[in-house]
Design a binder for this molecule. Structure first.
Ligand code: GLP
Length: 249
């Protein structure tokens, strides 16, 4: 008999300990399978994770040359070299610290034709054999990637209109100026994300606590896209105590 269980929850006293755990899991996955396909996330949350991964790359002599990466999302109208782009963020925080092959780094291109670009990305993920391990953050409104709360969700990689809350939380990338934050983005869809063989969501801070509680205990609803993670059999939530503070004991 098999039991249905929800996401596995691990709680650490602080955000750095949580980030170190996820970095270790990624390093182990890379060492177990040098051809691993990672799905990667941006935002403030994974900064400590990537710093730790960069450190482990040196101390554990990690060889990234056979690995492939796909990032979740990118802003529409923002080119890969733009300082506000997620591509630049990843270059700065992770890619430049590794020996990842540039040809194995996959990114949605914000300046390409959006519809064609979304189709290209889905094909590229399929051609790579799918995502082995997808790293996720969570928006304060429960978004995953850029899958914003909505009456309906598009399941595959698509163009999305960003909420004002999400634009505000991304303003740092654009000199703190809200009017410079693009109004649209390209994002993997929830079905694309849920097809990854395993998912790891990293969250810290009180602002994430309510969404985390609903992700675990709430009904699955497009009003809080993170609740769709309940449908996946291999999800790990790695939290600090503040992000876990609304969970029932
Ligand atoms: C952005 C990203 C998400 C990320 C979220 C949380 O909007 N598109 O993938 O999870 O923000 O960001 P932070 O970690 O800064 O709270």
């Amino acid at each position: 008999m098999s039991t249905i269980r929800g996401p596995r929850v691990t709680i650490y006293p602080d955000a750095h300990a949580a980030a170190r755990d996820v970095a270790r899991r990624m390093a182990n996955a890379l060492q177990d399978n040098p051809a691993v396909v990672f799905g990667l996330a941006t935002g403030r949350t994974p900064v400590a994770l990537y710093a730790e991964l960069a450190r482990l790359t040196t101390t554990r002599h990690l060889d990234w040359s056979g690995a492939t990466t796909f990032n979740l999302d990118e802003f529409v109208g923002v080119g890969p070299d733009d300082p506000g782009s997620y591509r630049r963020f990843m270059q700065e925080h992770l890619f430049r610290h590794t020996n990842l092959e540039p040809g194995r780094i996959n990114f949605l291109v914000g300046t390409a034709d959006p519809d064609e670009e979304c189709r290209r990305y889905e094909r590229a993920i399929a051609q790579a054999g799918g995502l082995d391990m997808q790293i996720l953050g969570i928006g304060t409104n429960g978004h995953i990637g850029f899958n914003e709360p909505a009456p309906g969700l598009e399941s595959r990689t698509h163009r999305v209109k960003l909420t004002i809350e999400t634009r505000r939380s991304n303003a740092d990338l654009f000199g703190g100026k809200l009017d410079r934050v693009p109004t649209e983005a390209l994002s993997m869809g929830m079905a694309t994300i849920l097809q990854a063989r395993s998912l790891i969501l990293l969250a810290h801070g009180k602002s994430k606590a309510q969404c985390i509680a609903e992700l675990i205990n709430g009904p699955v609803t497009t009003a809080l896209p993170a609740t769709f993670l309940q449908l996946h059999p291999h999800v790990d939530l790695i939290l600090d105590t503040a992000a876990a503070s609304a969970l029932r004991a």
